[in-house]
Design a protein around this ligand. Structure first.
Ligand code: R5P
Length: 296
């Protein structure tokens, strides 16, 4: 046991934090969080953390805003004890989609978050499939972005025998992720033309395809499913164009607004995601990949 180390974690990342602590043979400590009637929260971590080197695992979903305040409280508590925060792991980094000023007057919120985290001296910041890799430049510490794609691709190749399969990204922004996924099966990869109305949030996908999906099995690859609109639109268009079985591989499945049912109704057979957000789709465990990425 590495006695001068501690792994801290709270729901929903508790299991991942425990797996990491087992992998590294380091004590795990639970972070006790209380919510008061007025919405305020209080955190408590038992014991003296001074002279300890710490790994903190904290996903930012659900309840993203509270989770972020909670994270700042934990960092403040560690600073009080002069704990060395060697690895901050945020498997799902909320707000990563607010990475630029899409409309005049907006805030680049991911930069604000990085600035706040930069105030606490972190050694390494680890996340998984950040929406836009260039956002990592906002962090002053060493940053590690783990790709879940090889693990998702491996799951698919073990579970499904896909004939004449095609990999599709719902938009050009996710093209490289889809290409990475397709490279594991050496299968063709295409992307759809998706646009989002920046005021209403409405998603549109061009329904004319310049590639053939007729009788093909499809794997749609995306970094995240939020409301499911992107996947539902993509799946409907692919079905209209004669696609056979449709599957979805994504890293972070938030599955808001009954997304799971809507996606299944649109013709998708199965959704596979990772435990960056633990739920019914999270069949791919990233604990080992995250452990291996750590500097101890
Ligand atoms: C957008 O660029 C992302 O990669 C996802 O496609 C998007 O955030 C998914 O959101 P929703 O499920 O609400 O369409």
């Amino acid at each position: 046991m590495l006695n001068d180390w501690v792994v801290l974690g709270d729901l929903p990342s508790e299991n991942m934090a425990k797996n990491i602590s087992k992998n590294l043979n380091i004590e795990f400590k639970f972070i006790d969080v209380t919510t008061f009637n007025d919405g305020e929260i209080k955190i408590r971590i038992d014991g003296d953390l001074s002279k300890k080197k710490c790994i903190l695992v904290q996903s930012l979903f659900p309840d993203v805003n509270n989770k972020f305040i909670q994270l700042l409280m934990i960092l403040f508590r560690l600073k009080q004890d002069n704990t060395t925060l060697r690895n901050l792991v945020i498997p799902y980094l909320a707000y990563a989609r607010q990475d630029k000023m899409f409309l005049p007057g907006e805030a680049v919120t991911i930069k604000m978050m990085a600035d706040l985290l930069n105030f606490y001296s972190l050694d390494n910041f680890i996340t998984v499939d950040i929406h836009n890799i260039s956002s990592l430049s906002f962090f002053k510490c060493n940053t590690i972005n783990i790709s879940a794609i090889p693990y998702l691709a491996n799951y698919f190749s073990q579970k499904y025998k896909l004939k004449d399969c095609i990999v599709i990204s719902p938009d050009i922004g996710g093209r490289m992720r889809a290409e990475h996924f397709a490279s594991f099966g050496n299968v063709p990869v295409y992307y759809l033309n998706k646009t989002r109305n920046r005021l209403s949030g409405e998603v549109k996908i061009e329904d004319r395809l310049d590639f053939d999906v007729c009788n093909k099995d499809i794997i749609i690859v995306d970094d995240m499913i939020s409301t499911g609109s992107s996947i539902v639109k993509a799946s409907k268009i692919l079905k209209e164009n004669g696609a056979n079985k449709i599957y979805v591989a994504c890293t972070h499945a938030l599955l808001l607004d009954n997304a799971m049912n809507k996606i299944k109704q649109s013709g998708v057979i199965d959704i596979i995601s990772t435990n960056s957000i633990p739920n019914e789709c999270s069949k791919v465990d990233l604990s080992d990949a995250i452990t291996k990425s750590m500097q101890i």
